[in-house]
Write a protein of this length. Structure first.
Lengths: 420, 262
């Protein structure tokens, strides 16, 4: 892996560097006989980082595979294992990839697809940690990994918030889950948990989240110096490195770049005149057609300035306070009641000064889909701005139709024109 | 001043020439769509019986799935906007549009000024569209143009699901083998179309002034089934297959209306 000058590198270079470094660190841990943990994207990484356990994120890995057009081959491996197409495509991509790693571990030889795939090469886990704050598929998916590999599975069980604010008993229940997870890690590693180090890790997490939220806020400026699709790219580090300084360094640099762009009168697509419309994108990115979905909007002069999705990692809490951390991890918007979700969505649309909304009806993620029509109608009634929805999927390319997407995006642009 | 609207759909090509954004001078339909000879043929057809040539056209707007393949177009506009424009021109009272074409079914909500408030379309599945009725007419060996007349001879409608054209085809074959009358099956096919279309209409909101367009609007059986399901009057637009092209011609006029006559 090539080294770079951290102080002089661009945020884009830092992003690529740290992503590769995280994978490399996981391999180094594996080779040194240290444990590797596969983690759900919004499960707390703080415990593993405090225990020096290397983390790999299957959802991010699958998204990366999708963006590199490598998910289809992995989905076919899962298809052959009998996984139904109705199951989340992150899960299927990951389970397909795990099958290849398993074959390699059992036969001592890399399967051909593992040699040729453009998906990042990551090691098998020795333990998994999951959390049902963003979906319940994650429970069965991770239990499945643990069972197939005969490894421990730590589950942080987070109740759904049928009303807001989060009830005190829920916070206490989740805080107890954290304590159990720590005990499980102590038993697994045979080492005592270092609470002082843990507090430092929490502080680091808060600094990373601070800069992450600051990036998103640049899109609220009009015109926006931030092309909102960049949040999808930089997201890899808020997921995989929020408890390390990698995220903080990269996001801070990106903020500096955005500030400089804004001062120089350079915006998402160039000068101010290129920002014809501002749109909120709701839902996970269509990773397999990231370029096509971005260009479809750009061709209409539509800059993505808002999205609830990157805000899932706006995990603000007080270091040293378990219940505050519990609250942050449970009030992720898709783990809350409709009225709270719609209001969160409205906040994003209004803060981002959006003229319209593009809703990804994601076949894989039914839980996020609830915002698509009901949320769109809620905001439409409050702000009078139009929305369109399109069928797609995060990593299964078979579900997305570019012509249908472009048709809807153009119609949205025409509706926004008519309102202007 | 003459403008041209051309609508290249999945199963037909349509064109309309307008004078001064007010009067339809000529219209044409060729029953093959994008990727075929349809676009060229419809251009020939729309100029056939009038004293105009393509050089007389000041501005051309293309719409439909094949809109980007029309080389002579000055601008491309989505068929959602074009159908809304065309229908509002013909029926300013319209507040809900049902457009069922070859592979798309749409419900569009309009405001009093003709602006689109909301629209929804079918995704991933052509059940309930023109192609669906086309496939069923072949299985039933009834010409497409006769499906409407046969519909009104039904004594009841046989259930035909609306989830998949291919599965529905098997269902129709099964109904035929059970001895269910063709008339009742045709009514069931139209009921299936209505079920799919109305589910879209419910999502944009059911208003009193509903206008239907698209190729399926030419099928009185399908229109009857939709009327019954919505329990509301449904007006069929005049020449319903060309309302998208009409809207495109109107948009074309809006692009050049301030220019002097040549």
């Amino acid at each position: 892996m090539d080294s770079i000058n951290i102080n002089e590198a661009s945020s884009k270079e830092l992003l690529g560097y740290f992503q590769a470094k995280l994978d490399e660190e996981a391999w180094e841990a594996k080779k040194a006989g240290k444990p590797v943990c596969w983690s759900a994207s919004v499960a707390p990484p703080e415990f593993c980082v405090a225990m020096d356990i290397a983390l790999v994120y299957p959802e991010t890995h699958a998204a990366g595979a999708g963006a590199r057009k490598a998910s289809m081959d992995l989905l076919e491996v899962a298809d052959k294992k009998g996984y139904n197409i109705d199951i989340c495509s992150y899960a299927r991509t990951n389970l397909g990839y795990m099958e290849l790693l398993k074959q390699e571990a059992m036969n001592g030889e890399k399967p051909e697809l593992l040699k040729t795939t453009k998906a990042a090469y990551v090691p098998l886990p020795d333990i998994v940690i999951t959390c049902n704050n963003i979906c319940n598929t994650l429970l069965k998916w991770y239990e499945n990994i643990a069972k197939e590999l005969n490894i421990p599975c730590i589950i942080i069980d987070v109740p759904f918030n049928h009303s807001m604010p989060v009830a005190r008993h829920c916070k206490e229940y989740i805080a107890d889950q954290f304590r159990v997870a720590i005990k499980q890690l102590e038993e697994f590693t045979g080492r005592a948990f270092d609470y002082d180090k843990f507090t430092k890790v929490q502080e680091q997490t808060q600094r990373t989240v601070y800069w992450w939220n600051k990036i998103a806020a640049y899109a609220y400026r009009k015109p926006s110096p931030l092309n909102g699709f960049d949040l999808f790219n930089y997201m890899a580090l808020i997921v995989c490195a929020r408890s390390r300084d990698y995220g903080e360094i990269t996001f801070h640099r990106f903020c500096d770049e955005l500030e400089a762009k804004d001062k120089a009168g350079k915006y998402a697509f160039g000068d101010a005149s290129t920002e014809k419309h501002r749109v909120t994108w709701e839902g996970i990115a269509v990773w397999t057609f990231l370029g096509a979905t971005f260009k479809g909007l750009k061709a209409q002069g539509s800059v993505m300035t808002g999205s609830c999705y990157p805000g899932m990692w706006s995990l603000v809490y007080t270091p040293g306070d378990f219940e505050s951390m519990a609250e942050a991890y449970t009030k992720v918007y898709i783990n809350t009641c409709g009225s709270n979700r719609y209001e969160e969505f409205y906040k994003v649309v209004s803060n981002s000064k959006s003229d319209g909304m593009v809703m990804h009806l994601n076949r894989s993620c039914k839980l996020m889909g609830l915002l698509n029509n009901e949320g769109g109608e809620y905001v439409n009634k409050k702000m009078g701005i139009p929305f369109v929805s399109f069928d797609g999927d995060q990593t299964d390319p078979r579900v997305f139709s570019e012509a249908q997407y472009l048709n809807r995006v153009q119609a949205l642009s025409e509706m926004m024109d008519a309102q202007a | 001043m003459y403008t041209l609207g051309i609508d290249i759909g999945s199963s037909s090509s349509k064109a309309v020439i307008m004078k001064d954004g007010k009067e339809v001078v000529s219209s044409a339909v060729i029953q093959v769509g994008t990727g075929t000879s349809g676009p060229d043929r419809v251009m020939g057809e729309v100029f056939k019986n009038i004293d105009l040539t393509p050089e007389d056209i000041r501005f051309t707007v293309a719409t439909g799935y094949g809109r980007f393949s029309v080389e002579k177009a000055d601008k491309q506009i989505s068929e959602i906007s074009c159908h809304a424009k065309g229908i509002y021109f013909l029926h300013p009272e319209a507040r809900t549009i049902i457009d069922i074409g070859g592979q798309d079914a749409k419900a569009i909500r309009l405001d009093a000024k003709g602006n689109i408030g909301q629209f929804v379309m079918n995704d991933k599945c052509a059940a309930g569209t023109g192609r669906f009725v086309d496939v069923m007419s072949r299985v039933l060996e009834i010409p497409l143009s006769e499906m409407g007349n046969v519909h009104f001879k039904a004594t009841e409608w046989a259930f035909v699901s609306s989830t998949c054209t291919v599965f529905a085809e098997s269902e129709v074959i099964s109904l035929l083998s059970q001895g269910v009358s063709r008339e009742n099956i045709v009514a069931g096919v139209h009921q299936s179309v209505a079920s799919k279309a109305c589910s879209l209409v419910y999502r944009v909101g059911v208003n009193d002034d509903i206008v239907m367009c698209g190729g399926v609007a030419q099928n009185p059986g399908a229109v009857d089934a939709i009327r019954k399901q919505l329990n509301k009057p449904v007006i069929v637009a005049q020449n319903p297959q060309v309302t998208g092209a009409l809207g495109a011609a109107l948009f074309a006029y809006e692009n050049v209306k301030w220019l002097p006559e040549d």
